[in-house]
Design a binder for this molecule. Structure first.
Ligand code: G3H
Ligand code: ZN
Length: 284
């Protein structure tokens, strides 16, 4: 079923598990993420980043993802990731997304607050959840120009109070697009933020987070954990092997089979590390 982020964050707010948010780029990975969530009976967030909506019109992508979400047996959020303008947020709402992120993290604080509040007013008017970002999670890819700025706890408090957002992304040591799990999480900073901010927190760049830290983070007030690169590597690396090992084959549907299974396997592993493994054991 298609749900808003706010609806499923209620379930994660007991500090035992975090909701996985996976970047997806089309039918193949989105369907596998939903299968993974269904097999583990967990909610999940399908997220479209800027590359995805540059590749496919947002309305078409929205139709595919909301169609899959509506058919799913578990709660599924369809979320715009890193929207950079109020116009992008509006186009996602028009395309049927149930949640959006307005990312003003590169803007001065006052401007970030002003634009995020505007995006929040519009989203809430249409019953759509919204995430903002304070501080800025940078990129390990040197070709991407984005300043990395650790979140200042007092600014996070002001940001959520003045914008009315449903979830807030914070920068506590992660970086986008890390291929190895080598991020150093600043738990002291996280605790200070938690003391001041009631709004569920979001961790970006979580491919680079070690498994033990994913589990540890899920016990804090972290509502959503964003994972993209891990699934892209699973799909792309397996697809490359498939193409190289079968030079006579040209049917892309046949090439896609193994990469899709790999995506599902990685999604299941990540979901389990986010506290849901413990929940499964308790429910048996
Ligand atoms: O917003 C998307 C996430 O922050 C993904 O980050 O690709 O480094 O896992 P990642
Ligand atoms: Zn991100």
């Amino acid at each position: 079923m298609l749900v808003t982020l706010k609806e499923i964050l209620k379930e994660a707010s007991n500090k035992e598990y975090a909701i996985p948010g996976f970047n997806v780029f089309g039918y193949e990975d989105a369907a596998m993420v939903i299968e993974a969530a269904q097999e583990l009976n967990t909610p999940v967030v399908l997220m479209t980043n800027r590359d995805a909506i540059a590749h496919m019109p947002i309305k078409i992508l929205g139709d595919i993802l909301t169609g899959l979400a509506k058919e799913a047996k578990v709660p599924v959020v369809v979320h715009l990731d890193h929207g950079k303008s109020v116009e992008e947020v509006v186009s996602a709402i028009k395309a049927g997304f149930s949640s959006v992120m307005y990312d003003g993290s590169q803007l001065p604080l006052e401007e970030n607050i002003r634009r995020t509040r505007k995006a929040a007013e519009i989203s809430h008017y249409f019953g759509v959840s919204i995430e903002g970002e304070i501080g800025s999670v940078g990129y390990s890819d040197p070709n991407i120009e984005a300043k990395a700025i650790y979140t200042v706890p007092g600014e996070a408090k002001r940001f959520v109070e003045e914008t009315g957002i449903d979830a807030v992304a914070v920068a506590i040591g992660t970086l986008h697009r890390m291929k190895a799990q080598k991020a150093n999480i600043q738990y002291d900073r996280l605790r200070e933020i938690e003391e001041l901010v009631d709004t569920p927190l979001v961790i970006h760049g979580s491919t680079g987070v070690k498994d033990e830290d994913l589990t540890r983070l899920s016990r804090h007030r972290v509502g959503k954990v964003n994972i993209g690169t891990a699934l892209r590597m699973a799909f792309g690396d397996t697809l490359r092997d498939e193409i190289n090992s079968r030079p006579e084959e040209f049917d892309r549907i046949k090439f896609f089979k193994k990469p899709m299974i790999e995506v599902k396997n990685v999604a299941k592993e990540k979901i389990m590390t986010l506290g849901w493994g413990r929940k499964q054991v308790l429910e048996v």
